[in-house]
Design a protein around this ligand. Structure first.
Ligand code: FE
Ligand code: CA
Length: 516
């Protein structure tokens, strides 16, 4: 079994002693069943279709370990977990150009039904995955929200708990991998402002220096994906995924990297191309990146009907203008207020407007990478100091969308990631103006494992942000949401000790948006 306790102990012991070495990972791949060391996944659930994913990788941290030849992989889908009542039995060819990944579109399925699937290659068999088609007519849907899973900053107990909940669907809003280099193992007290210090722990290590090439990005995705709890979350439910910044480079925007002085424009375009290619190779999404000249683009945004919720997965990273005023936390300079600036891009904006107009669902879920809720880091009456990488840095674009949401959109609920901090808020049509129309709510669960060194800064100014009704930057976790025709229930799950893969996971708070 890929997640039995002895293997987990083995991983812990060996990685604690030697870091993550080539030898451990070969043993790990063998323990996993050789070619299926990265597990299985499904995603992009439709009423009649779902994408099934795996990747052949007998040596996952060293390019995968496959010969360059194409490989024939058998894929089977059944109506039962024992894989007896077979509906699909087919072969797919996995190519070296796609890191021997498999993206199989299982079609002709029934809505709102569970299915099980398994891949085989030679004598190796993958774990059996469970998936579920969407059901537009269902009276209820259970959606888990996950994001920000820095590998070094914590174990994935949250994913173990998420898999046990058996959601109908998982939404991942990004920072699936982090591009940074290798840290230092151990616990550290770090200053968080105001003379206060908090504990941050590096529990395991990245496998290379900052990633730049396709080889690097593949090996980094593979490292994250060898985690047994992440594998079980993928094997347990279909995912709808969108990348944020760290899948490519911290706080990148469109064609601008975080450090334009450290890489040329062409170098960044090549890096982005490699990152998007590797992202596709490791995710249960249908389409590979489109390449035009040196520019890659990946289709992330799209709509999914899940019972009473219409999910609009947004892409707030790929088409945005660069962060204004030099990024970070600042009051607006003139640039921020320009109406030429965009966070979704014109095409996506037009698509979203139409998608919202067409939606007949009781709830309209907007899954966005970065916070829509305004948050000021200082007290009034001074001009608000805000995080310019979030929607706060794109005030005209946010106002345009707020005006749309305020008119004829049924129950908007934003499900969001990025800021390593759990949060629930009421969204008003005008930011920081509770006398303007209430247009909906934003819910952000805890980050799967990434730490929040700015939690204290946020706690200090809670009173200046009364539209935020829940804030927890001290614990990791994820969000369970349950939608019915008239209720959105949110259960904020928190990890007791992110330094232990077997940590307890508890409910911090449970709330209903209509009570906010
Ligand atoms: Fe993050
Ligand atoms: Ca981020």
């Amino acid at each position: 079994m890929f997640n039995d306790l002895s293997r987990r102990r083995f991983m812990l012991t060996t990685s604690a002693l030697f870091g993550v070495s080539l030898i451990d990972q070969k043993a790990l791949a063998a323990a996993n069943g050789g070619h299926f060391s990265l597990g299985v996944a499904s995603g992009s659930p439709r009423a009649d279709q779902v994408i099934l994913w795996t990747r052949l990788a007998p040596d996952p941290l060293n390019g995968g370990g496959m010969a360059p030849e194409p490989a024939k992989v058998r894929v089977r889908l059944a109506r039962d977990p024992a894989m007896m009542d077979i509906l699909i039995d087919d072969f797919v060819t996995a190519h070296a150009a796609e890191a021997h990944s498999v993206h199989f579109s299982a079609r002709g399925l029934e809505p709102g039904r569970e299915y099980w699937y398994q891949f085989s290659y030679g004598t190796d068999e993958s774990p059996v995955g469970r998936t579920r088609t969407s059901d537009p007519k269902a009276g209820q849907v259970k959606i888990a929200l996950a994001y920000c899973q820095h590998y070094e900053s914590g174990f994935y107990a949250a994913y173990r708990d998420l898999a046990a909940w058996s959601p109908d669907c998982v939404i991942h809003t990004g920072d699936y991998i982090y591009e940074g280099d290798i840290g230092t193992l151990g616990a550290q007290m770090r200053p968080v402002g105001g003379g206060e210090r908090r504990l941050f722990e590096t529990v395991r290590l990245h496998n290379s220096a900052e990633i730049v090439t396709l080889w690097d990005y593949r090996n980094r995705h593979a490292l994250y994906r060898t985690d047994p709890d992440l594998q079980s979350a993928h094997a347990g439910a279909p995912w709808i995924v969108g990348f944020d910044d760290h899948e490519i480079d911290n706080n990148w925007a469109g064609n601008t990297p975080q450090d334009p002085e450290k890489q040329t424009h062409t170098e960044f375009l090549l890096r982005k191309m490699a990152a998007m290619q590797a992202y596709y190779e490791h995710m249960p999404i249908e389409k590979p990146p489109l390449i035009a000249g040196l520019e890659a683009s990946l289709q992330i945004y799209g709509a999914y009907r899940l019972g009473p919720a219409q999910v609009h997965m947004l892409d707030t990273r790929q088409f945005r203008s660069d962060q204004p005023c030099g990024d970070n936390r600042k009051a607006y300079c003139e640039e921020a207020l320009s109406d030429k600036r965009t966070i979704l891009g014109k095409t996506q904006e037009a698509w979203l407007k139409k998608s919202l107009e067409r939606s007949k669902a009781a709830f309209n879920v907007l899954a966005t990478q970065v916070w829509f809720t305004p948050y000021r880091y200082n007290e009034p009456p001074e001009a608000p100091v805000v995080n310019l990488d979030s929607w706060d840095g794109y005030p005209v674009a946010r106002q345009n969308l707020s005006d749309i949401l305020a008119n004829d959109v049924s129950n908007p609920v934003l499900l969001t990631g990025d800021w390593h901090c759990a949060m629930a808020s009421t969204v008003y049509q005008r930011p920081f103006d509770p006398s303007s129309k209430r247009i909906g709510h934003e819910l952000v669960g805890g980050p799967i494992s990434s730490g929040c060194p700015w939690a204290r800064d946020m706690e200090q100014v809670r009173a200046a942000n009364p539209h935020v009704s829940h804030l927890n930057g001290r614990q990791r976790g994820y969000l369970r949401t349950t939608f019915t025709a008239d209720t959105c229930n949110a259960e904020f799950r928190v990890v007791e000790d992110v330094g232990r893969p077997d940590s307890a996971v508890l409910t911090d708070i449970e709330l209903r948006t209509k009570d906010l």
